[in-house]
Write a protein that binds this ligand. Sequence first.
Ligand code: FES
Length: 70
Amino acid sequence: MQPEAGTVVALSAICTHQGCTVVADGDELSCPCHGSVFDLTGKNVSGPAPEPLPPVEVHVADGAVLPGKA
Ligand code: FES
């Protein structure tokens, strides 16, 4: 996601409940397995997920979002 121009934030898509892959659902991320919902900062807001989605380190190079540090 891009909370402001020039800043890119990436989150793990692995649900912190039992490891299913979360999907974008409007302005939230939802888990299809047991219904956990996360906001776009990764915070768990409902459902059984016990922890937020952890951030994933990324950087921008030549207009592309790439994994890891620049
Ligand atoms: S694995 Fe995501 S809510 Fe259970």
